[in-house]
Design a binder for this molecule. Structure first.
Ligand SMILES: Cc1cc2nc3c(=O)[nH]c(=O)nc-3n(C[C@H](O)[C@H](O)[C@H](O)COP(=O)(O)OP(=O)(O)OC[C@H]3O[C@@H](n4cnc5c(N)ncnc54)[C@H](O)[C@@H]3O)c2cc1C
Length: 393
């Protein structure tokens, strides 16, 4: 942050949000829960058109020996997401506080040297011999256990957040241009028709935010696309041997493996992912990415990888691909783009590979800032996610 902008919102408590993914729905929920009137516009015809259409993902903390900025922010984010899931979602079908085993493959991941929460037991610990065995890993494999972690189906969270009283969603509304009309921000379609106006505009359209915001003077948030694919299959297609080899909890550390999660067709499935591909703005499902995910599984969980080989054939494997929106420091951008130059124009984007862990926290941060409440993060951490860190001086 150049200087700490004034907190609190003095205008009408009315907001327009572009994008109905994890970011936009989180901002909408946090504002509407505080009494704001919020309209969300999305170009798609329903939930899950962007990266938040991911069938399932993990909310799990990042740990480091010096408990660095990323570790502290993701821990706060995971906590906020799990609380939101507890409040809005159905445990077992929409999410699960399953715990996550992190296979510490190259031994790089280190638990904090000093306790992070003096009063409570640490939620991340070395994995026990029993947990390592349950994952199908050989005794002595370096691994961590994250107790405050689990899987979430992002579409379910988005849907629940958009159902907050005070939130109106309009689908099939592709925003082409952002313009200032008097004291309000207006968003226009390709024909120049006004789709909505409000004193506060929050752009939460992931990588597409760049095209909308780049024409504005001073905009310099360096958003990038990062394509990714998950591979999955139904549990009912597995043999008895394959079923016995499944770990009873998600495993991450080199991509991730999650099983027992319902798909929209009602069948439980297993999932492995994800690929990472820069400089790609399209997200078709690709055969070579299934191959890459098979190799990833063989590294993450070698015994399971061997057992599951037959499931990667073209007749059985299914896939989903999407575009993450990233920023160089792996942390998002939330808040005013330039409080002085562009008053009332905010962004919530750049969630990268951690939207499940970060979007709820970002929504709360935005709403708490606007309503001049206690912030959900200390100020020395807020400056690492605050969008104005990119203002050109
Ligand atoms: C393969 C893969 C695996 C992942 N795994 C995990 C994981 O395990 N854990 C985790 O935390 N995160 C994971 N992520 C990241 C997570 O999915 C994203 O960070 C998150 O979904 C981003 O949410 P968003 O709302 O910012 O963007 P999106 O979900 O992309 O939403 C943007 C919305 O904006 C709309 N939009 C775009 N342009 C316009 C416009 N001009 N007008 C109107 N609407 C517009 C789109 O239709 C879309 O609905 C993964 C991502 C991928 C791709």
């Amino acid at each position: 942050m150049r200087t700490e902008p004034a907190r609190g919102w003095l205008g009408p408590r009315q907001a327009l949000v572009i994008g109905a993914g994890l970011s936009g729905s989180a901002v909408a929920h946090s504002l509407a829960s505080r009494g704001w009137r919020v309209t969300v516009l999305d170009q798609a015809d329903g939930v899950g058109a962007g990266a938040s259409g991911l069938p399932v993902g993990l909310a799990a903390p990042h740990v480091s020996a010096d408990d660095n900025v990323l570790s502290r922010i993701t821990r706060a984010g995971v906590q906020a997401t799990l609380q939101r899931a507890q409040a809005l979602l159905q445990s077992g079908s929409d999410w699960a506080l399953s715990g996550v085993l992190e296979h510490n493959l190259d031994g790089k991941r280190r638990l904090p040297n000093a306790p992070t929460q003096a009063s409570s037991p640490p939620s991340s610990t070395p994995a026990s011999a029993t947990q390592i065995a349950a994952a199908g890993l050989p005794p002595g494999t370096p691994a961590l256990w994250h107790a405050q972690a689990g899987w979430i189906r992002p579409r379910q969270l988005v849907t629940a957040q958009l159902q907050t009283p005070g939130v109106q969603v309009h689908w099939d509304q592709k925003v082409n241009t952002i313009a200032r009309h008097g004291d309000e921000w207006a968003v226009l379609d390709a024909q120049g028709q006004t789709l909505g106006e409000a004193p506060l505009l929050v752009v939460a359209s992931a990588f597409d935010s760049l095209a909308l915001l780049q024409p504005l003077p001073g905009f310099a948030v360096p958003l990038n696309p990062l394509r990714g694919q998950v591979s999955f299959g139904h549990l009912s297609d597995l043999s008895a041997t394959q079923t016995q080899a499944l770990p009873p909890f998600p495993v991450n550390g080199h991509g991730s493996f999650i099983s027992g999660v319902p798909t929209p067709d009602g069948q439980a499935a297993w999932f492995v992912g994800s690929t990472f591909e820069r400089h790609c703005e399209q997200a078709p499902v690709r055969v070579e990415d299934h191959d890459a995910n098979q190799v990833r599984l063989a590294t993450l969980l070698p015994a399971l990888g061997e057992a599951m080989k037959t499931q990667f054939g073209p007749d059985s494997i299914q896939g989903w691909a999407g575009l993450r929106c990233t920023l160089p420091n792996r942390l998002p951008a939330v808040g005013p783009i330039d409080a002085q130059g562009l008053p009332g124009l905010w962004i919530c984007a750049g969630m990268g590979a951690r939207g499940i862990s970060l979007a709820v926290l970002c929504g709360e941060l935005a709403a708490a800032w606007l309503d001049n409440e206690a912030l959900p993060l200390p100020l020395d951490l807020v400056k690492h996610v605050w969008a104005e860190r990119y203002v050109r001086s």
